[in-house]
Every structure is written in C-alpha cells, then in structure tokens.
Design a protein around this ligand. Structure first.
Ligand code: G
Ligand code: G
Ligand code: MN
Ligand code: NA
Length: 253
C-alpha cells in the first residue's frame, strides 16, 4: 500500500482529527482564537503529525477532499463554540492546491452558509508558496473571500523570498511572524530587530500581527514591549484535541 492509498483509506475510515492551538492577546493572555491543525489518528502508530503526510496529500488527488474536510470541521467547531457563547476565531491552513483547483471563495461561502458561522470568526492562513502561483487569480479569490467577511493572514512571514512585495500586492488582514525569528528573540539582536521592524511595519499597514512559537514568558513580555498584540506558542498551549481545548480555555464562567 502506498502512503497515498493509506491516506485515502484513512479518510474513508474517519481517522483524521483537528487539534486546536490557542492564540491569545499577549497583554493579558486572554484567548482570541485557535489554529486548527490536522492529525492522523493511525490505528497502530497513534497520532501522526501533518509534516509526515500533508506533503503527500497536497501533491495528490486527496488534496481537495482533505482541504474541504478541514474547512468543514473547523467551521462546525467554531460555530459550536459561537453558539455556546465563546467568540473563538478559528484559523485554518490552506495548501497551494486549494487555491489552484476549483473556486475556493465559493466553497468558503457554502461552508459558512451550511454551518451558520459568523464569517469574521473564520481565518485562512496562507503561505508564500500559495501567493507565488497565478497572482491575478489568487488576488481575485482573496478579494471575494474577504468580501464574505473572512480574514486572510500571511503565515510564516519572513521565511520566503518576497514577503514584502506580497504585502503590497495582496489585501491581507494580518501576518504571523514565523517562529524561527521568535525562538531567538531574547538572545539574538538580529532576530529582535527583524521582529521589531515587522511589528512596526504591520501597524503602519494596519495589519494584525501574531507572533508564533512563543515558548516562555520572557519572550511574551518582550513581544508586548515591542507592541505585538497577539501570540501563539507552547507557553500558552500546545495543539490539543477540541475537548481538551474546551476544558482549558472555554470552561464555563
Ligand atoms: O501541527 P504541526 O506543527 O505538526 O504542523 C506541521 C505543518 O503542517 C505546519 O506547517 C502546518 O501549517 C501544516 N498543517 C497542519 N494542519 C494543516 C491543514 O489542515 N492543512 C494544511 N494545508 N496544512 C496543515
Ligand atoms: O507552519 P505553521 O505556522 O502553520 O505551523 C504551526 C505549527 O507550529 C503547529 O502545528 C505547532 O505544532 C508548531 N508550534 C506551535 N507553537 C510552537 C512552539 O511554541 N514551539 C514549537 N517548536 N513549535 C510550535
Ligand atoms: Mn499556520
Ligand atoms: Na503557522
């Protein structure tokens, strides 16, 4: 059995799950959202991380099926939380193939209608490799998605080749500073300069800025001192099953 056919079977058998990682307002660590991250619950191997199978998914015919599954499940979950009184923005990661094949804006609109989710509670995270393809088409798609009220964030900001030119070309709502710049923030003055400038740039452009990969309080505090509003990382919480997320972050007042 190839990995691709194993993955198709896994989809048939319902072996995929979404984990949720908290995103917080850095000044008070209050919850603002969650990033949905796919896991494969393998009957023998246990949880398999997306780094091991998403590259295969994204270069196969499964890409659209699994992309739609992720979007549907994340929207249903976000709607359930919304109905129970918790305004949790849920972010999903898009793969390049989701913007190349079919009409993503149409799928998003359909998903919002089917679930009843308030559009501003959905965020799409896109990486530079997505923006590389067919710029005119991607631009049109983003505009239509944003007209629905859904937010689009630039993921892993700073790791690509042309991040700044994409900020100019695409109508983004925010950016996520890649964790490779956040890890070394306290020890490396170059990282601190890059992160500080990115925060300043985001503010001048009116973009939301989220720092990824925050692993300790000192890093969170430093980010606050640089004016960063939102963050995510193991210090606040690891990606976890929805039930654990609810217990830890949405426990009834
Ligand atoms: O959760 P983890 O750190 O193992 O994720 C590894 C990579 O897999 C990250 O780059 C993340 O963006 C990606 N990933 C996780 N879930 C999804 C998903 O649902 N869709 C896509 N396209 N990528 C995902
Ligand atoms: O590529 P993307 O930014 O979507 O990757 C998100 C992944 O980063 C998550 O799946 C998660 O496993 C990982 N991650 C999140 N927070 C931390 C952190 O604080 N430290 C490390 N090492 N990885 C993290
Ligand atoms: Mn992401
Ligand atoms: Na990310």
């Amino acid at each position: 059995l190839t990995l691709e056919s194993e993955l198709a079977l896994a989809a048939d058998r319902g072996e995929f799950e979404l984990f949720y990682q908290p995103q917080v307002r850095l000044v008070d660590a209050s919850l603002v959202g969650a990033e949905a991250l796919i896991r494969w619950r393998h009957p023998v191997r246990g949880y398999v991380s997306p780094g091991e199978f998403m590259p295969v998914v994204n270069s196969s015919a499964l890409s659209e099926r699994i992309g739609n599954w992720v979007m549907e499940n994340a929207c249903r979950q976000a709607r359930a939380w919304e109905l129970s009184g918790d305004r949790v923005r849920v972010a999903i990661n898009l793969s390049p193939s989701q913007l190349q094949s079919g009409d993503l804006a149409h799928s998003v609109a359909g998903m919002l209608e089917a679930t009843g989710l308030t559009p501003s509670l959905l965020e799409l995270e896109v990486t530079e490799d997505i923006l590389l393809h067919d710029e005119a088409r991607v631009l049109d798609m983003f505009k239509r998605i944003q007209q629905l009220g859904v937010r689009v964030l630039f993921d892993d900001f700073g790791t690509g080749y042309a991040s700044l030119s994409y900020l100019k070309k695409f109508p983004l709502d925010g950016l996520k500073i890649d964790r490779s710049f956040v890890f070394g923030l306290l020890a490396d003055s170059d990282d601190a300069a890059i992160v500080g400038s990115t925060i300043g740039l985001s503010k001048q452009l009116g973009l939301t800025v989220v720092a990824e990969g925050i692993e300790n309080r000192a890093t969170a505090d430093f980010l606050v001192s640089m004016g960063c509003e939102e963050g995510q990382g193991y210090f606040f919480g690891r990606p976890m099953p929805a039930e654990a997320f609810e217990r830890q972050f949405l426990a009834a007042e």
